[in-house]
Design a protein around this ligand. Structure first.
Ligand code: C2E
Ligand code: MG
Ligand code: MG
Ligand code: MG
Length: 291
């Protein structure tokens, strides 16, 4: 009886694993189909310069407009896509689309700024990353200084030596790198002085409640000081209130991003935002100008 039970259990686990595999394969096929059918769309969120108040960048953020489920958040499907090779196709599509769009904005006479693209760990370690970027820049006609790559801290844990070399090669090409979600990953503090990056992006979890939480504000203050010592820009993401903005302005944070300024927007709404935006009336100056 015991043996039979054991066998039953194995069958049970086998079918669980089988279901998981099937589920993953189904999703992978759905993501591939979504790419072919044009169900992905890029939204853009403005980055605001602390000293001038101007829009000085845009982060491209992917959205999946699913025919049944509606808008699916990348927080849901990107981690799943990362389990399969389809993330490489998605990342490449995002790069292509973001570069194409930034070039269009430039041709339309918008003020020039870099577009930031999130690169998954898997893509970062692909040997064809640099040839792919080179080809996309060539095809779209975008100059390399108008592309910024956002890489999370955790990406480097896999192979720091290789990662540093990859970043150096990208820098050689004129592409800047931002360390995204800074403070949440495996700490790269011991490696920080070796990394050829241009900016650090403080994760939203440090910004939320910064005005009330003295531990958070100490961390943020220290990170900003550290960044400045290393000649890096420090960007705060996820700013939602004028109080948070005021606080971060006082700490001499260099750039801001968050719902306080704008949610991520489709390209047309983004360019309207840029044209309308009056940097001289930053929301921190008074609640009336927050709209
Ligand atoms: P991330 O790169 O750290 O992007 C910031 C996230 O915070 C975005 O979520 C953005 O919409 C959200 N956000 C910005 N300001 C605020 C705010 O004031 N309050 C709140 N509550 N949220 C704010 P999103 O667009 O859902 O993206 C989530 C994550 O998915 C991104 O985190 C990034 O890691 C990944 N992701 C997004 N697009 C892409 C992509 O094209 N490729 C890859 N590989 N990953 C992507
Ligand atoms: Mg990002
Ligand atoms: Mg981030
Ligand atoms: Mg984040």
């Amino acid at each position: 009886v015991a043996k039979e039970q054991g066998d039953g259990l194995y069958h049970f686990y086998d079918s669980l694993i089988e279901n998981q595999r099937e589920e993953n394969m189904r999703l992978e096929n759905e993501l591939k189909a979504a790419l072919l059918e044009g169900q992905f769309k890029l939204y853009y969120q403005p980055k605001i310069d602390a000293s001038s108040g101007e829009v000085i960048g845009a982060e491209a953020l992917i959205r999946w407009l699913h025919p049944e489920y509606g808008m699916v958040s990348p927080a849901k499907f990107i981690p799943l896509a990362e389990n399969s090779g389809v993330i490489l196709d998605i990342d490449e599509w995002v790069l292509q689309e973001a570069c194409r769009q930034n070039k269009i904005w430039q041709l339309e006479g918008m003020p020039r700024f870099p577009v930031a693209v999130n690169i998954s760990a898997r893509h970062f370690y692909q040997s064809n990353l640099i040839p792919t970027i080179t080809r996309i820049l060539h095809e779209t006609g975008l100059e390399p200084q108008y592309l910024l790559l956002e890489i999370t801290e955790g990406t480097l844990i896999r192979n720091v030596e290789y990662g540093v070399r990859m970043m150096e090669d990208l820098k050689q090409m004129g592409i800047h790198i931002s360390m995204d979600d800074f403070g949440t990953g495996y700490s790269s503090l011991s490696q920080l002085d070796r990394l050829p990056i241009s900016e650090m992006k403080l994760d939203r979890s440090f910004i939320q409640g910064i005005t009330e939480d003295s531990r958070k504000s100490s961390i943020v203050r220290a990170v900003i000081e550290l960044g400045h010592h290393m000649d890096l820009r420090v960007v705060a993401e996820g700013i939602e209130s004028p109080d948070e903005l005021k606080y971060l302005t006082d700490l001499e944070c260099d750039q801001f991003q968050g719902y306080l300024f704008s949610k991520p927007l489709p390209e047309l709404e983004f360019s309207r935002f840029v044209l309308r935006w009056d940097g001289s009336s930053m929301p921190a100056d008074g609640p009336a100008s927050a709209g």
